[in-house]
Design a binder for this molecule. Structure first.
Ligand code: HEC
Length: 115
């Protein structure tokens, strides 16, 4: 029992340390950007979850600019409009990011585009 608790604590500590290192180096791994903003809990790379997969989202956006417009709240949803209620609060969040961070989020999504 104690061993399990300890290994769970170790696992939880590692991503935090990695994140701190990436932030320090100024070169975050793209998916870390999505995790940091709470996107990964609903969006997985290739599988459907609470939200559409990152690959499916990327297939609907052919440019970074159009995706950024959505993240700025300036365009309507085109992937699963019927499920937009669940996504809406997150757009409020992406609107409040700096333009640089929003561009990083868009880039992190688009790199999941299928070849
Ligand atoms: C609570 C679950 C949830 C979280 C957290 C979440 N999303 Fe979503 N997201 C959804 C759902 C559901 C949809 C499908 C509705 C839609 O297409 O807008 C969606 C759709 C999207 C789309 C497609 C928009 C379109 O054109 O239809 C983008 C882009 C997106 N999310 C980005 C993000 C980003 C970036 C974050 C983190 C800041 C995030 N999501 C966090 C649930 C979530």
């Amino acid at each position: 029992m104690r061993g399990t608790a300890r290994s769970r604590a170790t696992r939880a500590a590692v991503p935090g340390a990695l994140l701190a290192a990436w932030l320090h180096l100024g070169c975050e791994a793209p998916d870390t950007v999505l995790a940091k903003h709470g996107c990964s809990s609903c969006h997985a790379p290739t599988t459907e979850g609470m939200g559409p997969s990152l690959r499916r989202i990327a297939s609907h956006y052919d440019s970074r600019e159009t995706l950024i417009q959505f993240l700025e709240g300036k365009s309507t949803p085109r992937v699963s409009p019927e499920g937009f209620e669940a996504m809406k609060p997150m757009v409020a969040r992406t609107i409040s990011l700096t333009p640089e961070e929003r561009a990083r989020v868009a880039e992190a999504i688009l790199r999941h585009r299928a070849e």
